[in-house]
Design a protein around this ligand. Structure first.
Ligand SMILES: [Zn+2]
Length: 74
């Protein structure tokens, strides 16, 4: 598994939708790749914010912060 593989399955990994074998490979890569670890942490923080703050009631400030953080719409 290389960084490209990890990046392409990052969303699924963070959402725990990756099959067990693939998730294990991603985890193994994360163990030795700080860059991908950072990407996962970023994605998890973002997901948490989105879940905690329903979009219809999210303060504009929060939304701005999320967008500023490089959020990509799915
Ligand atoms: Zn990597």
């Amino acid at each position: 598994v290389n960084c490209d593989d990890v990046e392409s399955s990052l969303d699924l990994y963070v959402d725990r939708e990756l099959e067990a074998a693939a998730a294990a490979e991603v985890r193994a890569h994360l163990g030795e790749c700080p860059a991908c670890r950072g990407r996962v942490a970023e994605r998890e923080t973002l997901g948490r914010l989105v879940r905690l703050a329903p979009y219809y009631s999210a303060p504009d400030r929060l939304r701005a912060r999320v967008l500023a953080g490089g959020a990509r719409t799915r």
